[in-house]
Design a protein around this ligand. Sequence first.
Ligand code: 5RP
Length: 223
Amino acid sequence: MESKRIAAEKAAEFVKDGMIVGLGTGSTAYFAIQKLGQRVKEGLSIKAIATSKQSEELAKEVGISLLPFAEIETIDLTIDGADEVDEEWNLIKGGGGALLREKIVASASKQLIIIVDESKLARQLGAFPLPVEIVQFGHELTIKKLRKLGADPVLRQAGNEPYLTDNGNYIADCHFGTIAQAKELHQTLNLIPGVVDNGLFVGMATHVIVGYQDGTVQEILKS
Ligand code: 5RP
């Protein structure tokens, strides 16, 4: 947790007065929202867009003003976590179920700062099962199509019921093995009727900040 916190707090330093900030979701983004709340109390003036109901609640709790989408064209900077980051900064996201809103916010952001602990760094993506958000209607058929792609999909559960995203959809966690062609897989998946989006974020991150177990934090470079 400490390595997540230091990465998050480093990212919060990128936020300046007057910015519109995208707030990510998950345990690492939690620390960034907390830090931004603290800075707001100290006088920082920002407005934010949240990527989940959970982050929206947290933002309200810590005193960060939220904006409706109707009032914005672009977002200056978004700070979000990831489940895996490869050497080209392609990401797997959605472990926390917020991938669709996260991608909508990331796609409107001039900068996307990804905050992770070192355990999330991978040479290639795929050890973490890829979350795919699917609509409820016909989900059994959609899952069969995912299986035909070699995904070994598992419908995410919350207790005895399928897990529901903030958008009222299901998530199929897809074990593809090593993902060599992230861009192609992203496109293939999103062409399946019933798939809303998937957790591959290709070429979207502009910064990656890593917290290490030894207490150091570093903005890494793309290889
Ligand atoms: C939520 C996400 C999170 O950013 C991702 O799951 C990382 O979470 P954490 O910071 O808790 O490890 O994509 O949909």
